[in-house]
Design a protein around this ligand. Structure first.
Ligand code: SAH
Length: 261
């Protein structure tokens, strides 16, 4: 545990965008919620936890609720106040159960996650959660650039702290996967969204192949290409998928050559 997030072992090891995203829990009353938050984070690939004046920490209930996320708890930094926990952050978002009653720009979870992942490309970012009973006070909210509200039922708008961390950590995971910052199950390492040049290379080869296999038969080749481009541009092709498609085209071109076209 350390009081300086900039010098903590976690920060020293930080390399990826996920490692520059810090979850800050302010004034947590129930140690079980700290453990639940740590587990929620770890399941979504987040590791950096900062605690501001927790009522009980460390605590056996926190460890029990963390289950396999004990390392996140052990690496947590502890601070006297919120300003100390976010001093080195360039973007600070405060999550709040109250909708529209605060004088801060308010983001939906998905927008907030996109903003956080974008900023975490080059800077430290904090997502702050308040006390179980009273949330974040006005002074703490003033330290935040924006508020995030999970659009819960206004009749019962307050999620359990661990559940709120889980929802926002899940949105962060989706945004990190979308940005190619982390690897998801079934996606090959480095299989990023295809670049403009890779797609244009594929479209050029598709154009030539359609000629060679006499697909057009007198119809307008450009109209067909426009439709085909639309289909492929709709699908977020990965670089590896473009290589596979080009392999298929290369075989079709080889067959066309063999057939003397
Ligand atoms: N009665 C408190 C509820 C606190 S719940 C209040 O009115 O603020 C504990 C923390 O969980 C909150 O401070 C907030 O950080 C998070 N939280 C709970 N429900 C949320 C929601 N619907 N949207 C965003 N954060 C929420």
């Amino acid at each position: 545990m350390s009081d300086d997030p900039g010098n903590s072992p976690q920060a020293a090891a930080a390399g990826s965008a996920a490692d520059r995203i810090r979850v800050v829990l302010v004034g947590t009353q129930h140690p079980g919620n700290i453990g639940a938050a740590a587990r929620a984070m770890k399941t979504m690939g987040l590791r950096r936890l900062a605690l501001v004046a927790p009522r009980h920490f460390p605590h056996a209930e926190a460890a029990a609720m963390a289950a396999s996320a004990g390392d996140v708890l052990e690496g947590a930094s502890v601070h006297a106040d919120l300003a100390g926990a976010v001093a080195d952050c360039r973007l600070v978002l405060g999550s709040t159960a109250r909708d529209r009653r605060i004088a801060l720009p308010q983001l939906a979870p998905r927008e907030a996650a996109a903003r956080v992942v974008d900023a975490a490309g080059g800077a430290e970012v904090a997502l702050v959660f308040g006390r179980e009973r009273t949330g974040l006070d006005n002074r703490e909210l003033q330290l935040c650039h924006c508020a995030v509200h999970i659009p819960s039922d206004p009749e019962c708008s307050s999620l359990n702290l661990g559940a709120a961390v889980q929802v926002l950590a899940y949105e962060l995971r989706l945004a990190l996967l979308e940005a190619g910052e982390v690897e998801g199950v079934g996606r090959e390492q480095g299989d990023a969204i295809a670049s403009h040049a890779e797609l244009e290379g594929f479209f050029g080869q598709l154009h030539d192949t359609l000629d060679q296999i006499d697909f057009h038969k007198g119809r307008n080749p450009e109209a067909a290409m426009r439709k085909l481009r639309r289909i492929f541009l709709r699908t977020d092709l990965r670089a590896g998928e473009v290589r596979l498609l080009r392999g298929v085209l290369a075989d079709a071109q080889r067959m066309a050559r063999l057939a003397g076209r």
